[in-house]
Design a protein around this ligand. Structure first.
Ligand code: NAD
Length: 509
């Protein structure tokens, strides 16, 4: 199917930027924003020029000294108020998410609430920044470590979690005393804009949080400006790698989270009905546009595979695909026509490669939404590791079933894959589960939990080419990422005692 141009209903609204506490228009380039369920252009979004980004950096730089010196308890007060406002405006934010991303309302609420959990965590910032103290490390010498904010930091985020992923970053960055510039995805910019306004309403001083909408020009300006100390990135692996290489070359601290191909192993002893329900949600929820989506089910034994494929095929008959704004639907459209065509192209490719397309969602139409970017759920059986549909991230409602003879073989496949974001095993055998958790080369592991997204108390990150950098997103790692340590050693010589110069290295003697 060729790409249909999105319909532009003469919209004039342009989402601009949010700099130094005010909305800033941009007279330069714009891109259309579509409602994926209808295919209609609903607004445009400004693409920041380098000058606009520099203006945001200057605002963040100016706001830093006062914010850095604001006591953490007071910063936490802003976070408490922000959380309250987020909860009051939850329905508005969720509606924006659905109208620009396409995901169903329940799923949008799930994303939103996982973001709010990080704001909760940031409310405890005074405790998290307490530092460490040691008395009498030498004669009359005390020593302590402090965690200092870095300065201006930036976040660059993907289309698939327009509210949650920015909230993985800025609540903790700001609570730690930094000032922040967010560059959201150009595909669904409205939810982050509303969230930015709520931060201001919560009492955040102007310039502490800024948003620039844009594309490569904006990102490259952030990467190359010496005033930006650190960048958190979440998106596809090629761009993550570019951000990491360029940012670190420019002396910045970088965490860059990339793509994924998450496997679930189904053991012969698994509770198969529950595994099927779990796979349905994990593979087709959010139309497969999740970095933790399960896109490969590795079935151990032909009996397991036959049962899983038969039960999934049956369950897929009842999957309701349609406008995410209709609460009866389970799965919405893909985000854009371009992405729709890319995912559909992978389904065509899988057929060419010889995989068995057991459920074919390519001809789905949604009555009344003929211009929407819908693709029905697809299920491939007998996928093999040499196929591109196995190797590459598809990021759509496509589940590949791979058949193997043993747990060892299933784990070898996962360990050999270039990505290592999430994985899961379905089993009733504790020993098999423990062996899996100990030996699998993946950052986030589920045992009968298909989407093991860590809660806010832990940090989020994958292994291998799913993450470039050493520190994960949110949780305890975010304090480490958004601060630098200073260790102070102090002694007050007693008055009147003259001390001799010492030329040996300081020791305890
Ligand atoms: P993307 O890489 O296309 O875009 C991410 C961000 O980078 C956007 O803000 C975009 O404007 C910017 N960008 C795009 N091209 C650029 C370029 N050439 N130079 C500089 N900046 C550029 O990703 P996407 O399509 O928005 O999101 C989907 C991808 O994100 C998937 O690969 C998914 O797995 C990944 N993702 C990963 C995680 C994770 O935690 N590992 C979470 C969510 C999404």
């Amino acid at each position: 199917m060729s790409a249909r141009p999105a319909k532009d209903a003469d919209v004039t609204q342009v989402v601009g930027h949010f700099i130094n506490g005010v909305d800033v228009a941009d007279n330069g380039r714009t891109l259309p924003v579509t409602n994926p369920a209808t295919g209609q252009v609903t607004k445009h979004v400004a693409m920041a020029s380098a000058k606009t980004v520099e203006r945001a950096i200057a605002a963040a730089q100016d706001a830093f000294p006062a914010w850095r010196n604001t006591p953490p308890q007071r910063r936490a007060k802003v976070m408490f108020r922000f959380k309250q406002l987020l909860e009051e405006r939850a329905d508005d934010i969720v509606a924006l998410l659905t109208s620009e991303h396409g995901k169903v309302l329940d799923d949008a609420m799930g994303e939103f609430s996982r973001g709010v959990e990080i704001v909760d965590y940031a409310c405890g910032i005074a405790e998290l920044l307490k530092g460490e103290h040691a008395k009498n490390v030498g004669p009359n010498i005390d020593s302590w470590s402090e965690l200092h904010p870095l300065g201006v930091v930036a976040g660059i985020t993907p289309f698939n979690f327009p509210a949650m992923v920015p909230m993985w970053m800025f609540p903790m960055a700001i609570a730690c005393g930094n000032t922040f510039i967010l560059k959201p995805s150009e595909k669904d910019p409205s939810a982050p804009m509303l969230v930015g306004h709520l931060l201001s309403e919560a009492g955040l001083p102007d310039g502490v949080f800024n948003i620039v909408n844009g594309d490569k020009e904006a990102v490259d300006t952030l990467l190359n400006d010496a005033r930006v100390q650190a960048i958190s990135f979440v998106g596809s692996t090629p761009i993550a790698e570019y951000i990491y290489a360029t940012g670190t070359k420019n002396g910045k601290r970088i965490q860059a989270l990339g793509g994924a191909k998450n496997h679930a192993i189904v053991m012969p002893d698994a509770d198969i009905d529950n595994a099927v329900s779990a796979l349905m949600g994990a593979a087709y929820g959010s139309c497969g546009e999740r970095c933790m989506a399960i896109s490969v089910a590795v079935c151990v034994g032909d009996n397991t595979a036959d049962t899983i494929v038969a039960k999934l095929s049956e369950a897929l008959q009842d999957l309701k695909v349609g406008n995410g704004a209709d609460a009866n639907n389970d799965m919405g459209p893909l985000v854009t026509q371009v992405h729709h065509d890319k995912v559909r192209g992978y389904v065509d490719l899988g057929v060419e490669e010889g995989a068995d397309l057991v459920v074919d969602g390519r001809n789905l139409t949604v009555a009344g939404h003929e211009d929407g970017f819908f693709l029905g759920a697809c299920l491939f059986d007998r996928v093999t590791p040499d196929m591109r549909i196995y190797q590459e991230e598809i990021f759509g409602p496509v589940l590949c079933v791979v058949r193997v003879e043993s747990q060892e073989h299933a784990m070898q496949l996962i360990n050999d894959h270039e990505y290592g974001n999430g994985t899961c095993i379905f089993t009733r055998d504790g020993e098999a589960a423990r062996y899996f958790a100990d030996n699998i080369q993946v950052g986030m592991v589920g045992i009968n939990v298909p989407l093991p997204v860590p809660v806010a108390l832990h940090s989020f990150g994958g292994w291998k080419r799913s993450l470039f950098g050493d520190l994960y997103a949110y949780g305890p790692d975010s304090v480490r990422f958004y601060t630098r340590r200073k260790t102070i050693t102090q002694r007050w010589p007693s008055g009147g005692v003259r001390e001799k110069a010492q030329f040996s290295f300081p020791s305890h003697s």
